[in-house]
Design a protein around this ligand. Structure first.
Ligand code: SF4
Length: 120
């Protein structure tokens, strides 16, 4: 996949593309290969993207971050320095959606546990 195509992927699309490349390489894509993936039983540790692999679940940016950390030997600085721009996870390697940066309002203020108001 080309870097320009990667930059247009949604989070869900990125996960599915990554899984396609993981199980099918760059060859012909067979959806059953991804569906039948056994990454949840991986020897070292279950694949964080397993439940998102078909691109039809709400995607998890945290799962993408975990996958990038696994890819780079748990080194956050190496994930930050990753220059593999044709990897489908590249835009989401920090666990955030870059297209939403600055588009969200301040949101609901964080309520510390124990400060709940009655009825909430
Ligand atoms: S974006 Fe970089 S760190 Fe993340 S999975 Fe791809 S190659 Fe690995």
């Amino acid at each position: 996949m080309k870097a320009a195509e990667v930059s247009k992927l949604t989070p869900m699309g990125s996960v599915h593309e990554y899984c396609k490349e993981c199980v099918c390489g760059t060859g012909l894509f067979n959806p059953k290969e991804v569906l039948n993936c056994t990454g949840d039983k991986a020897f070292i540790r279950p694949c964080p993207l397993f439940k998102y692999r078909m691109g039809d679940n709400k995607s998890s940016l945290k799962a993408m971050r975990q996958t990038c950390l696994m890819c780079m030997g748990e080194s956050a600085p190496l994930v930050a320095e990753c220059d593999t721009e044709n990897c489908p996870l590249h835009p989401y390697r920090f666990g955030k959606n870059p297209s939403l940066v600055g588009k969200r309002g301040p949101g609901v203020p964080f309520k510390a546990k124990g400060n709940e108001v009655d009825g909430e």
